[in-house]
Design a protein around this ligand. Sequence first.
Ligand code: WT7
Length: 635
Amino acid sequence: MPLQINNIHDYHEAYQKSIDNPEAFWDEIASHFTWKEIWNKVVHFDFVSPEVRWFEGGKLNITENCLDRHIKDKGDQVAIIWEANDVDTPSVSLTYKELLREVSICANALKSMGIQKGDRICFYMPMIPQVVISILACARIGAVHSIVFAGFSANSLADRIKDCTCKMVICSDFNKRGSKNIPVKEVVDEAIAMGCDSVEKVLVYNSTNQKINWNPELDIWWDDAMEGQSDYCEAETMDSEDMLFILYTSGSTGKPKGVVHTCGGYMVYTCYSFLNVFQYKPGDVYWCTADVGWITGHSYIIYGPLLSGATTLIFEGVPTYPDSGRFWKVCEKHKVNQFYTAPTAIRALMASGHEEPDNYDLSSLKVIGSVGEPINEEAWMWYHSKVGKSHCPVVDTWWQTETGGIMISPLPGITDTKPCFASYPLPGIQPCLVDLQGEELHGHNQEGLLCIKYPWPSMIRTTYRDHERCRTTYFSTFHNKYFTGDGAKTDEHGRYRIIGRVDDVINVSGHRIGTAEVEDAINQHDHVVESAVVGFPHAIKGQGIYAYVITSGEVGDHAHFRKEVLDIVSKHIGPIAKPDAIQIVSQLPKTRSGKIMRRILRKIAEGEYDSLGDISTLLNPECVEELKAGVKRLS
Ligand code: WT7
């Protein structure tokens, strides 16, 4: 069984085999990699505990598969191309040989600073080559990375550092992103001052040459740490099920949880899915515009492409800087063959520069992808016709932080595409729809809750230090199934269309925001008594955040109060979680047992007054009129 599927016959054959005999299927796929020792069991699982182990007994190091394995044939091929934020800064390329060398030096530096196998390192970094180098260095010595998106606040960063007791933080001095100059190191200092006692060292890359505060007890410059280190570092031997990384993600309750991924299965699946979903061919240039702080960056900027020996482009900037032609300019400049971005970026670029792609030579593009949220038909059509010139298949890829890799997606040139449909599962993936009682909805043309009924190699193993949370969140809703939290439909051919979250998670610009987290932040305001946050349709972001707030006494100037609430949310979570609308109310609709009726709040925020449903069961039905009147005032 080859790694790459070439035609529809191969797809059907691979899919069938993966269902009929998953162990034999994955055994063959995994044999394409470099293992220090072969596994003695392909998969062991129990979805009740849950307990999932892949390639048990196998020993490997993922970086040997990302780097060393390619040196013989592809040592001089470019592994990463870096495109800076500023158009005038020359781009940088590193070949596989050069990347291995840099990773080895950095790995030795980490070791000399006392980092050992199993230690956690937190990354709070801009999109620069050093982020890839240090992440791989971390994996090379068997340390565990926890990457935090550098747009999160000091408070969020501190929570994440504390939850997994990181021994080190790796950051830059500043980050120039678009026209902003973000004081990265200052945020790290602030976070550490919030009681991150586990941190022994802060490794700082001088990215912009600006002055920063320096704490000689903790801080060490990147260049000083690399100085004199050997350029050979033997890769630590890891068990398949040793932790590779923790990545925090929001859920419907409580603080973000640390999703745990392990070495062997994650390696096999990210490479397999990358090669097939993007149909990457030797010599192609692949570009995923995500940030490494999200799972998309982990799996499809770093690991999937490098495991496949690809050339992967990393971009420091934003789609609209210096203007809304930047993405297309980068595609033209580097002759990008596969381009992967989020619907929110597509919608923003469509709105600000409808004809803009025509000004660039995009003829190198072969496959264009979408990820993170449902893509609406208008955006899909524009992307397909204006960017893909009607000949590049659009791969609408559905997956999650917890799935580690792409689960449902067209295979370009192999299976067909249909606007708004993620379409078919990849080989090895067994999705199903269930009703509220958990009964599986067989056959096509169904609508229900999306579950996965058999394990796949890159699936979540646990939530860090809280296995019970993993069980209740994903495995207890429906017996013997992984529950995704998404609703979906199938068409007459069995293609999947993802509708969106059915829990209290809002998907803002492809980023998961938990309503409870935003409410907790808003409630920190001295004059806030209670708040309720829901999502509502937003033309660019997909979903926006709508906050209903009960205040105590007189808050004075409402505009000023709203600004204070936005500041609090920015401070507690980060600017991405700022509400788009804040409505001051005197009551929230509650059931007789005191539960907030979010369904009603959602309908009101959407302006769907006619379908509020039965409000007679409310404790306070009279509040509905006030809520409706308030929305009208806002718009
Ligand atoms: C949630 C996962 C997977 C990388 C980025 C997001 C939504 C993701 C799609 C898609 C419709 C999608 C789902 C999912 N989602 N891809 N192609 N179509 N919805 O990762 O932050 O873990 O969020 O994003 O609702 O559950 P994430």
